[in-house]
Design a protein around this ligand. Structure first.
Ligand SMILES: [Zn+2]
Length: 385
């Protein structure tokens, strides 16, 4: 699939590890990997404006979940407002998901959502309207959303030991991927005329032979990038790293690699980048921020790679603790984020205790900044300066 508006170049490789730096050009600007994508579930990031995101050096975002966008504000509104880039006033690169993960979560209750060979069928939670999400309709929706990278609709596999169930979901994901690719070849542009890149998703849960089979199938299709999905990815980091190691030999060097839902902590990014992953998204940094868990630690270089070292439990400060009430120092000494440059732990503790919305804003800036700083430090190390 030749896609001149979506150009990915391998810039540098780590001499010992699979880590690399890739430069990608999209119709909405460039981004350099490794890169963390902040998640705007509903076409906005809670407590952060696009200007805040630029300040945290975010060059690509997950601009909205297709499932949530279908429910509200709906595709007609998004199209009337000129697509998600214009609607959000985000001028950088953007990725959207296919709705597969949300449908998977809903289908745990068969009264709400059923999945069959056609796709998923569910009831709108507010107006009761029946919605069909299929490989075709998911892509159609993503053409209206207008992101630069769109995802093929998949059946996310649960964390289960039932191999037949996992194989069934994987085979269906592969059939759906063929449908998605055929649709994309006929309609390579968003409704606004911009070319879009299509990524496929490797499934297979925690079965090595299935993950390898899925990797062989997905990489045989000449897509623009390869994602690794499933319930395990990002939640169980030991298994996540093992799964990446299984599929890595099949992944082409010149395509972007994306682990979906990785980024509970800065160390998680370091661990998957070491295995050759380029991009990731996770709601945890902003969710943790809102709950007063602020990333705290320093990147230590060791044997040519990095470690996020902290003397705090889980590498986070729990700002609600009374011991911070009178502390005049920033969350993290040396952090160049707006919050650490302007406010003390004591002030943030006070804002948290008074349930000020300003707290969530300042806390999200810090946590996203730490994730992007971790990515930039990995880039510099791989580039050798
Ligand atoms: Zn900071």
């Amino acid at each position: 699939m030749s896609n001149p508006a979506f150009n990915t170049q391998l810039i540098a490789r780590h001499p010992r590890l699979a880590a690399r730096v890739m430069k990608t050009t999209t119709p909405h600007g460039e981004f350099l990997t490794p890169h963390f994508m902040p998640v705007g579930t509903r076409a906005f990031l809670n407590y952060l404006t696009p200007a805040d995101l630029v300040q945290t050096d975010s060059q690509i975002i997950l601009g909205g979940n297709t499932y949530h966008m279908l429910l509200s504000p709906g595709l007609e509104v998004i199209q009337a407002l000129g697509g998600m880039h214009k609607m959000m006033n985000w001028s950088g690169a953007m990725l959207t998901d296919s709705g597969g993960y949300q449908v998977f979560s809903l289908s745990k209750n068969s009264k709400i959502c059923q999945i069959n060979e056609e796709g998923a069928r569910f009831k709108h939670p507010i107006n009761g309207q029946i919605i069909h999400l299929t490989p075709h309709s998911s892509l159609e929706a993503q053409k209206v959303i207008g992101a630069d990278i769109i995802m093929a609709f998949d059946q996310c596999t649960p964390d289960t030991l039932d191999k037949a169930l996992v194989q069934g979901a994987m085979d269906r994901t592969h059939r759906w991927l063929l449908q998605s690719k055929a649709y994309q070849e006929k309609h390579p542009h968003s409704v606004y005329g911009f070319p879009q890149a299509l990524f496929g998703i490797i499934q297979g849960s925690y079965f090595r032979d299935l993950r390898e089979e899925s990797a062989r199938f997905v990489t045989s299709l000449d897509l623009d990038g390869i994602a690794i999905g499933g319930e395990t990815i990002g939640y169980d980091m030991q298994k996540t790293v093992e799964i990446i190691q299984w599929v890595q030999p099949y992944l082409p060097q010149d395509k972007l690699r994306y682990t979906m839902g990785v980024g509970l902590s800065p160390q998680d990014l370091i661990d998957v980048v070491a295995e050759g992953i380029d991009m990731f998204d996770c709601v945890a940094p902003t969710r943790n921020a809102r709950h007063g868990a602020l990333y705290h630690g320093h990147l230590i270089e060791e044997n040519g790679w990095l470690r996020f070292e902290s003397d705090m439990e889980n590498a986070r400060i729990q700002i609600k603790k009374s011991l911070y009430a009178k502390e005049d120092q920033p969350i993290l000494n040396g952090c160049t984020c707006y919050t650490c440059q302007h406010h003390s732990r004591g002030y943030l503790h006070y804002l948290f205790k008074t349930q000020s919305l300003a707290f969530s804003h300042l806390a999200c800036i810090h946590n996203i900044h730490v994730m992007q700083h971790t990515c930039q430090t990995m880039q510099k190390l791989i580039l050798g300066h």
